[in-house]
Design a protein around this ligand. Structure first.
Ligand SMILES: NC(=O)c1ccc[n+]([C@@H]2O[C@H](COP(=O)([O-])OP(=O)(O)OC[C@H]3O[C@@H](n4cnc5c(N)ncnc54)[C@H](O)[C@@H]3O)[C@@H](O)[C@H]2O)c1
Ligand SMILES: CC(C)[C@H](C(=O)O)[C@@H](O)C(=O)O
Ligand SMILES: [Mg+2]
Length: 355
């Protein structure tokens, strides 16, 4: 788990708004960040990075070494979304978003699943839903170990290898245990598929068993990923901390978003717990080409990611103010007469923060 830090006098924030609704939601996230820091003595200095589809079309570049060096010189990164239908699938996702997560060693991908009071869940009786998914962020099938032969022929063979190292699994499992130990219920659920993925699955299982000895207060259970999807829908309140691999975590957290009010509310943090590089904060959702440019995107996921950013930087009071603003806004939404635009939600949240 992250060590606490002293709040920097000036927060140097790298901003990667990216594609589609990324630019729309980040604008609102920054508005709320400014409101949260107002009067605290901490000033934020932002650097905009022109990364994503526009840059790729103009230059063929996704993320250069120079971009990475410049980003490293910041305290944190706020990212909107990456991916665009005019760019071949995978080019930006791999060459930019995943490259950032890998190069900056974001091995803890934190994704809370919390049903705020007043928010409508598609589940009839969701109960008290408040869990966090600790998704491994630098390994698994995401590493790009694979290839294809005889492409386009009936004899094509395509491989995508899941890489799981003892080092990589242990560090994320230890982080997840520390988070579970700090929560009231102290419960950790390992989600994998060790009945089929026996090599990776057994490494994860043995690692959890071994690290459990360091955290005897934490109760551990296990679910195969297919069964985990059942319980996320039928009994989500059973979960406290979930630890899982990169791909399972990706899928489970979209489902977690759906049961807690929708993808427009789901925040995430890509953490480098060793603080050897800036951590990155972004909504779970993507660039949503179907609604981009229409002012319809909900910026709340980005705003809650800003709260995670503030918390990570030791600005806990400001983080609490942002979370409270979101909680009160969500509590009143059910009775609202009309749907607000992206900018209206951002303005309302900033006003609540300023309060
Ligand atoms: N972290 C990221 O940058 C990230 C995450 C997921 C997908 N992507 C990329 O985004 C592109 C689109 O992917 P997708 O369509 O599978 O997923 P998506 O998350 O962009 O959209 C899925 C659905 O959710 C809706 N949605 C998303 N965010 C919303 C918000 N804030 N408010 C209201 N509705 C919202 C969209 O309109 C769409 O109907 C792809 O290129 C994909 O690779 C990027
Ligand atoms: C766009 C893609 C690379 C990314 C992922 O799979 O991690 C996204 O789905 C997410 O959840 O942040
Ligand atoms: Mg995803």
């Amino acid at each position: 788990m992250s060590a606490s830090t002293t709040a920097p006098a000036d927060l140097r924030l790298a901003v990667v708004a990216g594609d589609g609704i990324g630019t729309e939601v980040v604008e609102q996230g920054l508005l709320v960040l400014e409101a949260a820091l107002h009067g605290t003595g901490t000033r934020v200095a932002t650097t905009d990075f022109d990364l994503g589809a526009r840059r790729w079309h103009a230059t063929g570049e996704t993320l250069t070494d120079g971009d990475l060096d410049a980003i490293r010189a910041h305290d944190a990164i706020l990212l909107g979304a990456i991916g665009d239908p005019t760019v071949p699938s995978g080019v930006l996702e791999r060459g930019l978003l995943l490259k950032l997560r890998f190069a900056l060693d974001h091995y803890v991908n934190l994704r809370p699943g919390r049903l705020y009071p007043g928010v409508t869940s598609p589940l009839a009786d969701p109960g008290d839903v408040d869990f966090v998914v600790v998704r491994e962020g630098t390994e698994g099938p995401y590493v790009g170990n694979g290839g294809a032969i005889r492409v386009g022929t009936p004899h094509e063979v395509a491989n995508e290898v899941s890489v799981n190292t003892a080092f990589g699994v242990e560090r994320v499992v230890r982080d997840a245990f520390a988070r579970a130990a700090a929560r009231p219920r102290k419960k950790l659920t390992l989600v994998h598929k060790h009945n089929v993925l026996v090599h990776a699955g057994h490494l994860w299982r043995r690692t959890v068993e071994a690290v459990n000895a360091e955290f005897p207060d934490v109760t551990v259970d296990y679910l195969h990923v297919d069964a985990a999807t059942i319980f996320l829908v039928t009994n989500p309140s059973r979960f406290d901390v979930i630890v899982t691999d990169n791909l399972f975590g990706d899928i489970l957290t979209d489902l977690a978003a759906a049961i807690t009010g929708g993808i427009g509310l789901a925040a995430s943090a890509n953490i480098n717990p060793d603080r050897t590089a800036p951590s990155m904060f972004e909504p779970v959702h993507g660039s949503a080409p179907d609604i981009a440019g229409q002012g319809k995107a909900d910026p709340t996921a980005t705003v809650l990611s800003v709260a995670m950013l503030l918390e990570h930087l030791g600005l806990s009071d400001a983080a609490r103010r942002v979370e409270s603003a979101v909680a009160s806004d969500l509590a009143e939404r059910g009775s609202a007469e009309r749907v607000r635009s992206t900018a209206e939600v951002g303005k309302d949240l900033a006003a609540r923060v300023a309060g």
